[in-house]
Design a protein around this ligand. Sequence first.
Ligand SMILES: [Fe+2]
Length: 159
Amino acid sequence: MDNYLALTKLKIKHQDILDIILEQNESDWTSDEQYHELRLDNWLDYDCIKEVVNQLPHNLEINNNRIVAEKLDSNFCLPAHKDGTRKASIYIPLTALDRAVELYSNDKEWVRPYYHNTATLINAQSWHGTTTKEQQKIGLQFSLYEDYNILQGRLKHLS
Ligand SMILES: [Fe+2]
């Protein structure tokens, strides 16, 4: 079973979304070492974000609480991990598109890189990690709490 599904049919204004993220105050970000998160209570007031959510099935129930921007510092290794309570996510990469997500097997053996230069549904309960180089890696993520297999079926028409 694949642990990811590229959502190539989603129409996304990447630069507009990146601009919104970059214009927020530095103090709105929370940080865990070189990993940073930005949560806003008004993400869906921005047209370019609302437009993406409107293309997704309504039963995914994306609301402001489920949207988070992530930023990884340059020259940082995020080791293989599973996300906490999140079962899956839709990740929209915005910078450092040449930096792969590293995919691992159930017993944490490295399998292969996945270059997501497009929005992707990811099984957050599979082992994954990434390493940045000179550019920081910024992306927008929608957190999902249903089983990956179910979500894969619901999103297949966008792949
Ligand atoms: Fe993760």
